[in-house]
Design a protein around this ligand. Structure first.
Ligand code: ZN
Length: 164
């Protein structure tokens, strides 16, 4: 597995729609592994394939709750409920955060890396992450839906409590 280069805004690939995966072949398995390595290297919660320059509907998510990471192929949201105001960032926008409204509960389905269909009921951070990553697959970014005026740059070299 390998670290891939993350495409940064305003790279125009981030505005393109990703295509469905038709066959889960060794290249897709390798892509999933590389995406996890790349996400962990950046301490990210989620990463979509477009962010490493591949226009396929492939997403990885880990909310660090002790469960194994999610490797999702062709994910689709089936149902949403509620609302949560989130502080959100994106690996394609280093050190930038904004307030975004997301559903609090999201039911989604996807194929796992063996091609099995999985359905997951998510809430909180996982619901936020799945919405964020699915937006990427349609060329949509969190800055498109943020509350106006809430985008902040956080200096990564400062201790966290000085960033408030
Ligand atoms: Zn993102």
């Amino acid at each position: 597995m390998a670290i891939r280069q993350i495409r940064l805004y305003p790279d125009e690939i981030l505005r393109k729609r990703s295509r469905e995966v038709e066959k889960i072949d060794p290249k897709i398995i390798e892509l999933l592994g590389d995406m996890l390595d790349t996400m962990y290297e950046q301490n990210g919660v989620g990463l979509s394939a477009v962010q490493v320059g591949v226009l396929k509907r492939v997403v990885v998510i880990d909310i660090y709750d002790g469960n194994p990471p999610l490797k999702l192929i062709n994910p689709v949201i089936l149902k949403t409920k509620g609302n949560q105001e989130c502080e959100e960032g994106c690996l394609s926008f280093p050190n930038q955060y904004a307030k975004v409204n997301r559903p609090e509960y999201v039911t989604f389905e996807a194929l796992d890396e063996t091609g099995k269909k999985i359905t997951i009921k998510a809430k909180g951070l996982l619901a936020q992450a799945i919405c964020h990553e699915l937006d990427h697959l349609d060329g949509k970014l969190f800055v498109d839906i943020m509350e106006p005026g809430t985008l902040e740059y956080v200096n990564p070299n400062k201790p966290k409590d000085e960033n408030n």
